[in-house]
Write a new protein. Structure first.
Length: 584
């Protein structure tokens, strides 16, 4: 390899190390450690390095983010899918009613808003029916990922590879709307069957003993001086048989009492720790003589509403405490409790360093949702026990925009980028969403990461690194044959996508796939499609894909829960891509 190729390898290694540590957000790792490193070392000219930011793929993704947000704000998707939830004959019956529509919708709409809209509804439905949400939320996320691989617009990863194919193989242009369908559709069908059949067997049932509650919150209340419950026993105060909530601990003068006897007499200043569902918080704080330990911080709120917010992987909150970031002043909200996968957070809230996937129980005013949406610190914000009113005008406008976009792109009347932009115009003219909502939908960090990934892909191609990696795979093919070298490439793609972002993995390995296909005398576009689909198939960890992160805390999952069901799905996707591509 030449010097530029070695520099590129070193930069990619530093990028992987930066992403693995998690100290710096992924977009900034891609820009600083990767693109800036490549520019400063002379591997790429600045124009080459940052050309991806103005690529058609980035523009298309931005437009599709706006269209997806318009449907999410309209509430139509949530209404449609919530009607599918009802008493089922079995868990598999319910899973079937979820997996099919989620897969279909994710082929047309960005899958993260779909899961963000549906996850709270599924979780609450499961709790109401005495079922564990952990049996349903990972399948919803995985179905959305599978659906995203069915069409070119289903996921940003497909669009990134489409843009790279258009650069390297200009005679064929970008992917057609259904070009990835030949691999994505059979993978989605087989994967959907695997989800319905295996999820009840392989996913854990996260519950609290005898409570029927899935990974509840822990929250604290203080006995007020002169209050009605001071001097009463736990039983006489009505704290023994609360619905969906139980008294777990009592703290008195720095002494903890657990378990708490029903005959224990409550004293002024006692701090009671309750464990239970978010929708039961009001029942505890409404008891005369009990007040939340955060009460002094909520008195300034003009109206109070409970929210659940899931911390995103690129959030500035990750690695910091609430006090460090000035959460209360920045968001105008008070954190009442933190739920972390696999258990509750029992430490003092202000000292807890937040992690991606943590679920925060908040008390704020009605404007919190709008404020949080502009920050991109959360992958989900939902008002507990609240349902957004559905605007008929917004539903019609956003639905027409999406239908027109899909029809124009699918029939080839207009390129994908033009079709998406036309959809945005329809949204704007119909008044389906405001200009501020559209700007909020543009996740600049995601767009920056995708643009930077395209620059990395250009470096892999131009330095000859793609050719070197292809030669290495050809040597494997000398032993295993052409199909064997493709299998090694796809397995490497599946593993790398769990470390890097899906887009970065696809951008780095798409040039390798094209070079390998030419060497094997195969269709380079087919190889590129295979890499795009497998790069999207991130099922092994909660951090590999945004939808996985989103359900991590809500379902009370542990890190290892994902690979149980994810490994069979990975094998399905890799095998399908291998068989279909090998037969092309």
């Amino acid at each position: 390899m030449n010097n530029d190729a070695w520099v590129t390898v070193a930069v990619l290694a530093m990028m992987m190390a930066g992403l693995a540590t998690g100290f710096i957000r992924a977009p900034w790792v891609a820009v600083t450690a990767a693109l800036m490193g490549l520019v400063l070392t002379g591997v790429l000219e600045p124009g080459q390095a940052f050309a991806g930011i103005a690529d058609d793929a980035v523009i298309t993704i931005g437009a599709l983010l706006i269209l997806a947000r318009s449907l999410q704000l309209a509430g139509g998707v949530n209404v449609l899918l919530s009607r599918l939830l009802g008493p089922g004959a079995s868990e598999r019956h319910v899973l079937g009613r979820l997996v099919v529509p989620v897969t279909f919708l994710s082929a047309l709409i960005n899958n993260t808003p779909i899961v963000a809209t549906l996850a709270p509804t599924v979780r609450q439905w499961a709790l109401d029916h005495k079922l564990s949400p952990s049996r349903f939320l990972i399948p919803v996320s995985f179905a959305a990922i599978l659906g995203g691989a069915v069409t070119t617009i289903g996921t940003s990863t497909n669009l990134v590879v489409s843009g790279m194919v258009a650069r390297q193989l200009p005679e064929g242009g970008p992917f057609g709307f259904f070009e990835v369908t030949r691999v994505g559709l059979p993978a989605a069908i087989i994967g959907g069957i695997v989800l319905v059949v295996l999820a009840p067997r392989l996913l854990p049932e996260r519950t609290v003993e005898d409570e029927g509650i899935s990974v509840p919150y822990e929250f604290h209340a203080r006995v007020e001086p002169g209050g009605r419950v001071a001097g009463s026993s736990v039983s006489d105060a009505g704290l023994r048989n609360l619905s969906g909530v139980y008294l777990a601990r009592l703290e008195r003068s720095h002494t903890a009492i657990a378990p708490v006897s029903p005959d224990e007499v409550l004293r002024e200043g006692d701090v009671l720790t309750f464990v239970g569902r978010v929708d039961q918080v009001r029942d505890v704080t409404a008891i005369p003589g009990l007040v939340s330990t955060e009460h002094e911080h909520t008195e300034t709120l003009s109206t109070e509403r409970y929210y659940e917010a899931v911390v995103g992987p690129s959030s500035r909150l990750v690695g910091h405490t609430l006090k460090d970031v000035g959460f209360r002043s920045d968001y105008g909200a008070v954190v009442l409790a933190i739920r972390r996968s696999g258990g509750r957070v029992e430490a003092k809230l202000g000292t807890v360093r937040l992690r991606s996937g943590d679920v925060l129980l908040l008390l704020s005013d009605r404007g919190f949702g709008a404020r949080a949406a502009t920050s991109h610190d959360f992958v989900l914000v939902s008002a507990a026990g609240d349902h957004r009113d559905v605007s008929r005008r917004a539903v019609v406008g956003s639905s027409v925009a999406m239908v027109v976009t899909v029809l124009l792109a699918a029939t080839g009347i207009a390129p994908v980028v033009n079709s998406a932009l036309i959809g945005v115009v329809i949204v704007a003219v119909s008044g389906a969403m405001t200009a501020n909502d559209a700007l909020d939908a543009l996740d600049l960090e995601v767009l920056l990461l995708i643009g930077a990934s395209l620059g990395l892909g250009a470096a892999v191609e131009q330095t000859g690194l793609a050719g070197q990696l292809s030669l290495a795979l050809e040597s494997v093919g000398g032993v295993l044959g052409a199909l064997g070298s493709l299998a090694v490439l796809l397995v490497a793609t599946a593993l790398l996508t769990e470390i890097l972002s899906n887009q970065a993995t696809a951008a780095i390995l798409a040039p390798v796939a094209i070079t390998l296909a030419v060497a094997n005398g195969a269709d380079p576009r087919a190889y590129a499609v295979a890499v795009a689909v497998v790069a999207s198939a991130s099922f092994l960890t909660p951090l590999g894909y945004p939808t996985n992160t989103l359900v991590y805390g809500l379902g009370g999952y542990r890190y290892g829960d994902y690979w149980r069901l994810g490994l069979p799905l990975n094998l399905v996707v890799i095998t399908t891509a291998l068989v279909v591509t090998g037969a092309a």
